[in-house]
Design a protein around this ligand. Structure first.
Ligand code: PHE
Length: 455
């Protein structure tokens, strides 16, 4: 064992813990994925089920990962392995590593698009009619070089932060980027809600139409809650291994979930009022923010184009910042594993992860049009990785983690972490145990079975 508790890195302050972990949670999932999932799945109904999933599944699953991580004081694969004691439960940790690479592979592609759109906003390229915006996006995404160049740039940024370590890299970057993100978001929400007819967008977000409710909406909302909270692949386990022994895990989980959900709702409030204001359909899928929004900005601010520029620039800066803080958490999961378990320096480990991600990212990007045949199960690699991780692997990871923690890990270990060795009252301990033993696994199972048409 190379790391004993004393020499292991940790976050330096309580606010650092919250901001770094919230930085992992708040990302493209909130600003890119949540709005298009909401748009495609009927608006308010999706949001209600999403919030139910966050409260019922998200908080306990997050807390469960915190417990495993802080107890393990190591990378996530080892944390599961140690507790698994030679049983196949250790595989859950390795599955997380694999999931992480698949997410990162397409996450870097979308993050790269954000950088391109910052550039395009600065260069004044984002103006024209609706057709122009779709063809601009289609041509850019299918280009064999440009998107890949941006992939390399955003990966290099993430690499630099990771290389600087936990406290000087991750914590410091999060302390700057998260407040910036909030300020930008608030400015954009106000700008969007002041547009004429913004009320229709607000209604779409908050007035449910229950006829839209079906199995797909449930699976989508559950997957989104896991995705958005970074549950099910070891990111939270890894970050919790950097928490100190007196971090109150329940409180931290509640605060992070609150921040993440608020950002998602605010992102909705930024996007839908603006989209409805100019009469644009909200259900245009993953391209929503790259085609619809620039169009919205250019129409909504047609009479004051400079304001349109600024708003569009701010938006894509916001998106890139959000993407970067999540990307570093994905990067850290595999870096910590390679560093600690394969006995390499942190630098080398970070480098290996960057190179592997660059290769996967390149294939994902090329699968969007530049090269024929890069597909799996009839979807492009990109769509396939998004679906596979977001709707399947993360919920399965969460499901197995709950079973592991609820039924296999000794109760005393769970209790000690929950109460910080008995120093906290742990009033909700029994309730938490009930959720991870029964409610979470059964709910996840039912949603899967429903989707497969079994029930
Ligand atoms: N939670 C991140 C987001 O919302 C995505 C992510 C998923 C990050 C899993 C780490 C692990 O964008």
């Amino acid at each position: 064992m190379t790391n004993n508790q004393k020499e292991r890195a940790n976050f330096g302050s309580k606010i650092g813990v919250i901001l770094a972990t919230a930085g992992s949670a708040v990302g493209l999932g909130n600003v890119w994925r949540f709005p298009y999932m909401t748009g495609e799945n009927g608006g308010a109904v999706f949001i209600i089920i999403y919030i139910a999933c966050v409260l019922l599944l998200g908080i306990p699953c997050m807390l469960g990962e915190f417990i495993i991580g802080r107890h393990g004081q190591s990378n996530s694969a080892r944390a599961y392995r140690t507790l698994a004691n030679g049983t196949p439960w250790a595989l859950v940790g390795y599955m997380g590593l694999l999931t992480g690479f698949l997410i990162m592979g397409y996450y870097v592609v979308v993050s790269g698009w954000c950088l391109q759109y910052i550039w395009a906003s600065l260069a004044g390229q984002l103006q024209g009619n609706p057709d122009y915006f779709s063809s601009y996006f289609a041509a850019f995404v299918a280009d064999p070089f440009k998107p890949i160049l941006w992939v390399m740039i955003i990966l290099a940024m993430s690499h630099l932060i990771i290389e600087n370590g936990v406290r000087n890299g991750i914590e410091r970057a999060s302390k700057v980027m998260m407040p910036l993100l909030f300020v930008l978001l608030l400015i954009l929400v106000v700008a969007s809600c002041l547009l004429p007819d913004a009320g229709k967008g607000i209604e779409f977000l908050f007035k449910p139409d229950f006829s839209k409710m079906d199995g797909d909406v449930f699976l989508g909302a559950m997957g989104q809650s896991f995705y958005s909270l970074s549950i099910g692949m070891g990111a939270l386990v890894t970050y919790a291994s950097y928490y100190s022994k007196d971090t109150n895990l329940t409180k931290a989980a509640t605060q992070i979930v609150t921040v993440d959900s608020m950002v998602a709702i605010l992102a909705g409030l930024m996007i839908f009022p603006a989209a409805f204001s100019v009469g644009i359909s909200p259900d245009s899928g993953p391209s929503l923010i790259f085609i619809t929004l620039p169009n919205v900005f250019s129409q909504a601010f047609a009479s004051v184009p400079w304001l349109g520029y600024i708003v569009s620039l701010l938006f894509f800066v916001l998106l890139s910042v959000a993407a970067l803080t999540s990307l570093i958490s994905l990067h850290e999961v595999s870096t910590a594993f390679i560093h600690e378990d394969l006995q390499t320096t942190r630098r080398k480990a970070a480098f290996i992860v960057t190179v592997v991600t660059a290769v996967i990212g390149t294939f994902c990007s090329l699968s969007l049009g530049a090269v024929e045949g890069l597909s799996l199960f009839g979807r492009s690699l990109f769509d396939c990785f998004d679906f596979l991780t977001g709707q399947i692997l993360l919920p399965v990871g969460g499901f197995l983690t709950c079973l592991f923690l609820g039924w296999y890990v000794p109760r005393q270990v769970v209790y000690d972490e929950f109460t910080n060795g008995g120093t906290l009252r742990g009033r909700f301990f029994q309730f938490f145990l009930f959720l991870v033993r029964f409610v979470c696994p059964l709910a996840i199972l039912c949603i899967f079975l429903d989707e497969l048409g079994v029930i």
